[in-house]
Design a protein around this ligand. Structure first.
Ligand SMILES: [Zn+2]
Length: 305
């Protein structure tokens, strides 16, 4: 006679078998769906980057040299001006990106502000920023790098900080660009920093005017701290400036490659979903670029922008 325990065990065994068959069945069904999808939609292999192309070929990169003219940006009592470093770094960075295949444009190539207004005009500063946005959107760049030098109350603070805007149609790409460049520049500054110094940073998302309105992935590169003695001394050295520019260019290549891999993968998986640029219609430059005297909604929580 079969015991109660025996009946229970045989039922448990039956339930386990059924579960196993169910799992195998679902797995087989999923594999069949993937195979059918692959057969109908996918090329044999996902397309990879062309090996004979320069890494930035076909890309238009915009460099915004922060400040200029009457607006010196952050400065020191000794007459060290942010606007001068920003312009110099922009001019140094341009040929490095061009050597990698990019078309590169600068927002300014001399010591001027972009407002076109008299220095004492009340809208001069904000019009200058708006015209940088107008310029970038008219040029339809693939990405924008706005170069700046930082300042802090703590003179120990040094190194680079990447800034992005957290709420634009391009935030995902901008954030990735910021993280990629931040990683590059943190490792770059490690060569110049001593144990215990504050040089390693995280990207920071904030309400920055230019980044909010440009229709492309964009970041502000705070390249170092004018308020830090070591950073200031380094920016006076051509070797350091050249190496920093090269590191920024290398970071851009890494970002573009990452985007290409993502685009290739998504296009392979789902041909119509992959995109490198978000071309969705947003607020037009004309909507936000203001005439002199017109009140401008601007949230300014950073000394540069
Ligand atoms: Zn600045």
């Amino acid at each position: 006679m079969t015991s109660f325990k025996g009946i229970l065990e045989s039922r448990l065994l039956l339930i386990r078998r059924r579960r196993l068959f169910l799992v195998i069945g679902i797995a087989a069904l999923l594999i069949a769906i993937v195979c059918l999808y692959a057969h109908l939609h996918l090329p044999v292999l996902p397309p990879g980057p062309a090996p004979d192309k320069l890494p930035l070929e076909g890309k238009k990169i915009l460099i915004d040299a922060g400040h200029g003219g009457i607006d010196s940006g952050t400065n020191t009592k000794e007459g060290y001006l942010e606007k001068t470093v920003n312009l110099e770094m922009s001019i140094i960075l341009k040929p490095r990106l061009e050597a990698l295949g990019a078309k590169v444009l600068l927002s300014r190539e001399s010591d001027v502000d972009l407002s076109g207004l008299a220095p004492d005009h009340p809208q001069r500063y904000r019009t200058d920023l708006a015209n940088r946005v107008r310029w970038a959107n008219d040029e339809e760049g693939d990405l924008l790098l706005s170069l700046h030098i930082n300042s802090a109350r703590d003179p120990q603070m040094r190194g680079a900080i990447l800034l992005y805007h957290p709420k634009t149609p391009f935030t995902d790409q901008s954030k990735e660009l910021a993280h990629t460049l931040q990683k590059e520049l943190n490792s770059f500054y490690a060569h110049y920093a001593k144990e215990g110094e504050i040089y390693r940073h995280q990207p920071y998302g904030g309400d920055f005017f230019v980044l909010e309105y440009v229709k492309m992935p964009s970041v502000i590169v705070e390249m170092g701290f004018i308020t830090n003695y070591q950073d200031r001394a380094l920016f006076l050295k051509a070797d350091f400036r050249n190496a920093l520019a090269q590191k920024i260019a290398d970071g851009v290549v890494k970002y573009i490659n990452q985007e290409l891999v993502k685009k290739t993968f998504f296009e392979w998986l789902w041909p119509r979903r992959g995109h490198l640029r978000d071309d969705s219609p947003g607020e037009s430059a004309a909507d936000m670029v203001f005439a002199p005297g017109q009140p401008v909604p601007i949230a300014q929580d950073h000394d540069c922008l």
